[in-house]
Design a protein around this ligand. Structure first.
Ligand SMILES: Cc1cc2nc3c(=O)[nH]c(=O)nc-3n(C[C@H](O)[C@H](O)[C@H](O)COP(=O)(O)OP(=O)(O)OC[C@H]3O[C@@H](n4cnc5c(N)ncnc54)[C@H](O)[C@@H]3O)c2cc1C
Length: 395
């Protein structure tokens, strides 16, 4: 029997927070979202990919409108620069369908399904706590609010996690990711890459790192942006005069990419750009009644898995199922923790394995062909599932 009449407070109103709010409301709870930022989050114009099956489930389930722009592609193409030259060589093609999204448009689509009065923004949650009777408290400048469940969807520096898993700390990978978007005008003189990108997403391997490229919808209807994530180590101080900044990605591209891809990254006017140290962590339990953690608050995996938003959305679907299938809030949270703690740990482990093989100990890409890439993919996954390696799971 489904638990009814619950009050749920959500800390954070980004991807995980909006999705959890929709989940709670769909299961019949009275939900309030507390978002620190006063501004709309839709301007974070980065690219993310999600599995097409998850996208369909979210549309069918009423989390996303069918009109959210996406740029689905079915194929993954592996490229590298030829040995001793500057031209590009295709190593392999794999069937690996992804639904590419603009992070901001995804947020906007979720936000549209969270009622206006439910979403309180511009006021940070200072702390969370418990009442003497064991209910959850959210404290803001405006006072205290009592809830049956508090969802910590407040990102990788979560105050909610600080209460239930205070000893969990991010583990640095030692390398960096440059992430950004480039207007399609940067591809004007590069018809070949543009043709590949219309049907595929690209992994470009180089010694000590790799880049991922794919098209995403822009905010102007019908427009497209080129999204990228490029991974590599920062230079040792003696190795480079170029400071490690967002602009350093252009240096990496010049140094390692085939000429036309280097030109796209080096000359493109980056519409959005960020530099993050890569790190990960996972909480031992994703819920401790009356609190639960969702999205990056519960775990952050190295981005090679492309699964942070995917996990946040899966967390929400799980929360809805758990609330509908339980007779108390505590029972729902135990169910949630049983399922989602394991998924967080699995993804962190997979991210480490992918990071080792794609950045820390890269293979000799120019020496490889389709069979080598398939064998390398299988060896790297070591039995783990990842939608980014779709066809590897079917043979
Ligand atoms: C390079 C890179 C590539 C990625 N690619 C993908 C991909 O392809 N696919 C994918 O699924 N994921 C991807 N991700 C991960 C994904 O972007 C994140 O996991 C996801 O956006 C996290 O959402 P979230 O809501 O958990 O956290 P956040 O977006 O960080 O949101 C946390 C929210 O909580 C609010 N907040 C924080 N503290 C408080 C407080 N005290 N009070 C009130 N509000 C508070 C913040 O303002 C913010 O709005 C990628 C990440 C990186 C770095």
């Amino acid at each position: 029997m489904a638990v009814t009449g619950l009050r749920i407070g959500v800390v954070g109103g980004s991807i995980a927070g909006c999705a959890a709010a929709i989940a709670g409301a769909r299961a019949g709870a009275d939900v309030t979202v507390h978002e620190r930022s006063g501004a709309a989050l839709q301007d974070r114009g980065f690219g993310i990919v999600i599995p097409p099956s998850l996208h369909r489930e979210l549309v069918t389930g009423g989390y996303l409108g069918p009109d959210m722009p996406t740029t689905p592609v079915a194929t993954r193409i592996w490229l590298t620069r030829v040995s001793g030259g500057r031209s590009s060589r295709e190593l392999a093609r794999q069937e690996a369908p992804v639904t590419s999204c603009n992070w901001g448009l995804l947020w906007r689509a979720l936000r549209a399904n969270v009622g206006e009065s439910v979403y309180r923004r511009g006021l940070p949650v200072d702390s969370v706590g418990r009442t003497p009777s064991g209910r959850a408290l959210i404290r803001t400048e405006d006072g205290e609010q009592e809830y049956d469940i508090v969802v910590g969807a407040d990102g990788h520096r979560s105050v909610t996690r600080g209460l239930i898993a205070p000893n969990v700390r991010p583990v640095p990978a030692g390398y960096l990711v440059w992430r950004g978007t480039i207007p399609l005008s940067a591809l004007r003189d590069h018809p070949k890459p543009l043709e590949l990108l219309r049907s595929s997403w690209i992994t470009l391997g180089f010694p000590g790192g790799h880049g991922v490229f794919y098209l995403i919808p822009g905010t102007v209807p019908g427009s497209r942006l080129l999204a990228y994530a490029i991974y590599g180590f920062p230079p040792k101080p003696t190795e480079s005069q170029v400071p490690v900044s967002t602009a350093y990605v252009r240096y990496i591209a010049e140094e390692h990419f085939p000429a036309e891809w280097a030109d796209i990254v080096a000359r493109g006017e980056h519409a959005a750009q960020a530099l993050h140290p890569v790190a990960d962590f996972v909480v031992p339990r994703a819920a401790e009644p009356p609190f639960l953690l969702a999205g990056d608050a519960a775990s952050v995996t190295r981005p090679h898995t492309a699964s942070g938003a995917v996990k946040a959305l899966g967390d929400a679907l799980c929360l809805e199922r758990a609330l509908r299938g339980s007779s108390s809030a505590a029972e729902a949270l135990v169910r949630y923790a049983d399922e989602r703690s394991a998924e967080g740990a699995r993804l962190v482990e997979l991210g480490r394995r992918l990071g080792r093989e794609l950045v820390e100990c890269t293979p000799d890409w120019p020496a490889m062909g389709p069979a080598d890439v398939d064998a390398w993919s299988r060896g790297t996954l070591n039995g783990a599932r990842s939608y980014l390696y779709g066809s590897m799971h079917r043979r």
